[in-house]
Structure formats: structure tokens, C-alpha cells
Design a protein. Structure first.
Length: 457
């Protein structure tokens, strides 16, 4: 048996990121790009051009899997609903069913009769899967076209797709109960099985809730060939069995580093199983998305506010030229970009003289960005202290830390520098700096300290 399908998730239609209508439209454009790939056609871009991407992946597919979070929030407006319906109609008009589950962002309110995903199912635009829950466990019933509900659906002979909605903290227990229901469900004629849900795997994103351990997924293994996930916006695959496509468009600047991402393109041939391998081959697609860039600049070597502005001007102009060259060569990123600039390090002059507004103007002139954020994470240099006055909290902290470092022979020679480094990292953490900014600052401090140690020896 052979088939081909596209697996996507975390579309987040309706997200008015930065309060900009352009970003609202970007999420719809990413959704349409995924549908373009599924049906084998390319719709015009907003700049009037057509764009082909992932040219080695030729559609159409037999079906599409949408593993939750089509919408960014459960309360959507008419324009967002229209974006969803227009895209899903394109699939339906080509005879390509979209099999979906409900994610955490689109769950119906407690007192609502139905949510928007159920509404789309009632319009015959998606096949929304979920199992009925009884006191003793799940009941897995086939899709009922009249009632528009069911736990599994067979898009073509030999292929069966099971679905389970988002369960949050209860996902681990739900997976165990679902596996027990799978074991009791007849599977005559089924050659390839897919399980779709909106949940993550522990360890793939340390700061993301909702992940369950790989061990908790294992009860599905005897019954399922392909686990189709959503929820984590970072793409990953585990043991040729569990797959997460990542978000087609970036919901935060941190997601820009995950490239490629957006959808899994899956070719199934069950004959491969006889050769001892997985019955499918996969490739991670990469639809076009808004360009995001995060830059970090250390202020340590600026002698004055004017000197810092001159250094920053040269820095941002160089980075802007590099980005212009990159975007001219790439088809997976669209400008104008979203820019974040982090100012880090020790500021050698009064912090009140740091003109963030002027720095923003520099960056806007160089990049002409769609959106811009300049974040100051700098630490002020130490000022001379009057011995007759009580010590400020910062100086007290520095002296206490320096005293602790002097007690350790490995750090005693540079105790003051180690204490300053510790305080700099503390300030970054309290300022909600990104992990990248903290790591870059730490690397610079370690290089400086290593040089100081070598001078002494």
C-alpha cells in the first residue's frame, strides 16, 4: 500500500503579533503556503510574485493532518475565520481531506456548545477526531459523517488515522488509556496507522509545558506507525516514529533559529516494512516566512555616549548589508524583517546617558524593519564610593561575592573580576534576557577572565 500525506500544526491564525496587521496576514500567508504544497499549486505572494519552495516535494497529497492550534486563540474574529475557511476550502475542492485534532489554543469555552474547530467540522471543512471518554477508558469509534465525530478515520483503504484532543497535564494518563483502547479495536485491513494529538515530548523544549516522557508514549508503539504531534513550535523526530513539524510562522523571535520547519512531507510504502525499516520516508518542509534576526552588542569598549553611537552605527549598517544579501538569495524568508537588538556588557558611563530612542532610530534607518525591539541589558560600571556613606546594595553584593571567591585558591587571584562577572550574569537574568544573550555574555566574561589568569601566571 502506498500513500502520501502532509503533516502540519501550530498555524496560529489570528495572531496580531506586535499589534501589526502585516503579522496578522503573515500567519495566513504561511497557512496558504502549506496548502499550496499539499495541492501542488502556488498562490501569488503579496508582492505580486509567485514562489516555488521545496521543489523536490511534488503534490498533491492524499490527505493533510493538522495536529492542533489552527487558531491562536479560542475567541476569533470574522476575518480569522474567513482565513481558515478559504484555505480549507481549497483542500476540499481538490478532494484532499484535512484530518485534525483540537489544540490548547482553540479549546471551546466551558459554557460554549461547540468550539470553532467543531464548527469547521460541521461545515465539512475538516474531519475532527476525538475519542469518547467513558468511566473505564476511551471508546474508539469510526468517523460518523452524519454526526461529524469519531475517534478514527480511513482516508483510503489500508490507512487509519486515530485522533485525541489536547489533554495538558493529563496527557500521560490519556496515552496509556488510549493504548489500551487501541489494543481492543479491530484492525482488519489496516496496513498503516497514524495517531494524531497535540502534545510535546519531554526534553525537546526545556521551557515548554505539556511534554510527556518518551516512556509514556511507548504503549502506542505496537499499534501505531506514525505519531503526528503539534504544540511544540520546534521541529523534531524521534526514532522514525514520533514527528513534530514546528510552526510554519514564528510566534516569537526565539523560533527563528529553528530552520527548516513548517510541515512533514511523508511518503508511505508498506513494502519497506518487510525490509526491516520504517514503512515511510519523511522530509521536513520549509515554507516562506517573515525574516527574524536577533543581534547582541557589547557596550564595554565605548568611552562615551557619542563613541557608543558611532560604534553601533557601524555595527547595524554592517549587519543590515549582510541581511540584505541573505534575503536576496533565500526563498524561505520574506522582508522587511523583524529585528531585536540586545545591548549587553558593562556600560562605562552613566546609564542615564544611554539614549535607547536614538539607538532605535539608527536601527530603523539601517534595516527599515517591519518591527523593532531594542532591549538594554547593560550593567553600569562601578562608581567611586564615599567611605563615609553606607554602601549601596550592589557594592555590598560585590564585596560579599569577592570574599567568597578569595576563599577558593582557583579564583582568589581574580576574585574581584569573578564577582563582577557573577553580578553581570545576575543582572541579565533579572532583566529577562534571552538564553542566547546570557550565553554570549558568559562566553565573553570567561574569555576575559582566562586572559587575566594567564597574565598572572
Amino acid at each position: 500500500m502506498k500513500t502520501r500525506f502532509l503533516h502540519c500544526a501550530d498555524i496560529h491564525l489570528g495572531y496580531l503579533q506586535y499589534g501589526l496587521k502585516e503579522r496578522f496576514n503573515d500567519f495566513a500567508a504561511a497557512f496558504n503556503a502549506v496548502i499550496d504544497k499539499a495541492i501542488g499549486e502556488y498562490s501569488p505572494r503579496r508582492d505580486g510574485r509567485r514562489i516555488a519552495f521545496d521543489e523536490d516535494l511534488q503534490g498533491p497529497v492524499d490527505f493533510v493532518i493538522l495536529a492542533g492550534d489552527l487558531f491562536h486563540k479560542r475567541s476569533i474574529d470574522a476575518l480569522t475565520l474567513n482565513q481558515a475557511m478559504r484555505g480549507l476550502r481549497r483542500l476540499r475542492d481538490k478532494g484532499i481531506p484535512c484530518i485534525a485534532v483540537e489544540g490548547n489554543h482553540e479549546r471551546a469555552y466551558y459554557d460554549d456548545v461547540i468550539g470553532w474547530m467543531k464548527f469547521l467540522a460541521l461545515q465539512d471543512l475538516i474531519i475532527l477526531l476525538d475519542a469518547e471518554v467513558e468511566p473505564h477508558g476511551f471508546i474508539l469509534k469510526p468517523w460518523d459523517a452524519k454526526r461529524r465525530q469519531g475517534a478514527y478515520y480511513e482516508p483510503k483503504p489500508g490507512v487509519r488515522i486515530y485522533g485525541m484532543r489536547y489533554f495538558g497535564a493529563g496527557t500521560g494518563a490519556a496515552l496509556k488509556a488510549y493504548a489500551e483502547a487501541l489494543a481492543a479495536t479491530p484492525k482488519e485491513g489496516v496496513e498503516y496507522s497514524i495517531f494524531v494529538t497535540h502534545a510535546g515530548v519531554e526534553g525537546q523544549l526545556d521551557d515548554k509545558a505539556g511534554g510527556v516522557s518518551f516512556r509514556q508514549w511507548s504503549p502506542l508503539r505496537p499499534h501505531i506507525d506514525y505519531v503526528a504531534l503539534g504544540h511544540f513550535h520546534k521541529p523534531f523526530q524521534l526514532e522514525d516514529w514520533i514527528y513534530n513539524p514546528g510552526s510554519p510562522e514564528a510566534c516569537s523571535s526565539a523560533e527563528a533559529m529553528w530552520n527548516p520547519r513548517g510541515y512533514w512531507w511523508v511518503e508511505v510504502d508498506t513494502v519497506r516494512r518487510n525490509a526491516g525499516g520504517p514503512p515511510h520516508e519523511v522530509k521536513l518542509g520549509n515554507p516562506p516566512r517573515r525574516a527574524f534576526r536577533r543581534y547582541s552588542y557589547k557596550t564595554d569598549h565605548a568611552r562615551s555616549p557619542e563613541d557608543l553611537m558611532g560604534q553601533l552605527e557601524a555595527f547595524v549598517e554592517r549587519k543590515a548589508l549582510e541581511l540584505t544579501s541573505e534575503l536576496a538569495e533565500k526563498r524561505d524568508e520574506i522582508g522587511p524583517p523583524v529585528i531585536e537588538l540586545y545591548l549587553t556588557g558593562v556600560l562605562p558611563f552613566d546609564r542615564r546617558a544611554l539614549d535607547v530612542t536614538a539607538i532605535e532610530a539608527l536601527v530603523r534607518k539601517a534595516f527599515r524593519p517591519l518591527a523593532l525591539q531594542v532591549k538594554s541589558l547593560v550593567q553600569s560600571a562601578e562608581q567611586p564610593l564615599d567611605a563615609g556613606q553606607p554602601l549601596p546594595r550592589g557594592e555590598l553584593e560585590r564585596q560579599v561575592l569577592a570574599g567568597l571567591f578569595r576563599r577558593d585558591v582557583r579564583y582568589a587571584a581574580n576574585a574581584d573580576r569573578w564577582a563582577q562577572a557573577a553580578l553581570a550574569l545576575k543582572q541579565l537574568s533579572l532583566s529577562n534576557a534571552s538564553a542566547d544573550a546570557i550565553l554570549e555574555e558568559l562566553s565573553g566574561l570567561l574569555r576575559q577572565l582566562d586572559g587575566a589568569e594567564q597574565e598572572i601566571t
